[in-house]
Design a protein. Structure first.
Length: 346
């Protein structure tokens, strides 16, 4: 019976390489072998293999036949000198070293796409582009003002803003789909991947539609009463949702049984305005809706504000000229601080 290779064991990697017909080395250095043998399409295949469920799906995404992709993957592994995947009856399973290669391939492909897009923009008389991520709480104030100033200085600069929650934008940042982000670290280990510089606090408000039944109560509101109502919540992976779950735990109540999980701020606002649902949202997001008498803030104290959001960048990377200008504007507006939620509607 053939022994199964352990992806984490270098010796096992050599065994897997031999089983896949991959030579451990041919006398050339790894860098030289890759330069001599791998072409752009090889790296494109590696990039999509990290996202596609099967080799057939990966081949279809880059308009290749499966036999062609199979041969190309064999050529890639031969160039590296070790197996990137274990072969199984159900398909391929990435090895530990293969996971590193796929991550680099995705990053390289994203960097190449940004470079080519920037080059094409400049070729047609444009002035480059900036792609960044931003959480919804930062967008109405800090980000909007910084982008407005940047566009006044560089009116032909192409600016693209992606994401809405910290877990979303950190994923985009890790995959090199954005250059920087305005958000917060969603997990305790994210500091190993990203640098973080705090910019501003983010007060949170519990809001309902105008004329909601809760607004007519004369008794003080508490969490035991609120959890009996419908809620629109962010996903459990988001820092704001984690904070809300901590509030429930502190009040010794269970999470609402009637809930909708939603990552879209626009959909959340619409759902709250058209139903009896409650949502906890950043003050900067709901401020204009409260002033327009579309929403009202509930007089419920939230134990602590969501920890400060800030600037997220990949470690050991230098920002582009446009990103540096944008960061300068962000930091200039970050000193004002946030105002607490108003409990009355003007």
């Amino acid at each position: 019976m053939q022994a199964r290779a352990n992806p984490a064991d270098p010796c096992s990697q050599n065994t897997a390489s031999a089983a896949a017909g991959v030579a451990p080395g041919d006398g050339l250095g790894l860098s030289r072998r890759l330069v001599n043998r791998l072409r752009l399409k090889h790296w494109v295949l590696l990039g999509v293999l990290g996202e596609a469920s099967t080799l057939r799906h990966a081949a279809a995404r880059i308009h290749m036949t499966q036999p062609g992709a199979t041969k190309m993957l064999a050529d890639i592994e031969h160039a590296f000198g070790f197996a990137l995947f274990e072969r199984h009856a159900r398909g391929l399973r990435v090895t530990a070293l293969g996971r590193e290669v796929l991550a680099y391939a995705r990053q390289a492909q994203a960097a190449l796409e940004r470079f080519l897009e920037d080059l094409e923009t400049k070729r047609h008389g444009g002035h480059g582009h900036l792609v960044f991520g931003a959480i919804m709480g930062a967008a109405p104030d800090l980000v909007a003002r910084a982008v407005a100033d940047l566009k006044r200085e560089r009116p032909l600069l192409n600016v693209r803003i992606l994401g809405e929650t910290s877990d979303q934008i950190c994923g985009l940042l890790e995959r090199h789909e954005i250059e920087l982000a305005v958000g917060r670290l969603p997990g305790p280990l994210e500091h190993n991947k990203f640098d973080f510089a705090a910019l501003s606090d983010e007060p949170l408000c519990a809001v309902v539609r105008r004329r909601h039944a809760l607004l007519r109560r004369r008794q003080p509101l508490g969490w035991p009463e609120l959890v009996r109502w419908p809620w629109v919540l962010q996903l459990i992976s988001s820092p704001a949702r984690v904070l809300l779950e901590e509030e429930f735990a502190r009040a010794r109540v269970g999470a609402p049984q009637n809930m909708i999980e939603c990552t879209s701020i626009f959909a959340t606002l619409q759902l709250v305005q058209s139903s009896d649902a409650i949502a906890m949202l950043p003050e900067s997001v709901v401020r204009d809706h409260v002033r327009a008498r579309l929403l009202q803030v509930l007089p419920i104290e939230i134990g602590r504000d969501l920890r400060a959001f800030g600037l997220l960048t990949r470690k050991n990377e230098t920002l582009s000229e446009f990103a540096t200008l944008f960061v300068d504007h962000l930091r200039r507006y970050a000193g004002g601080g946030a105002q607490p939620c108003s409990l009355t509607t003007p």
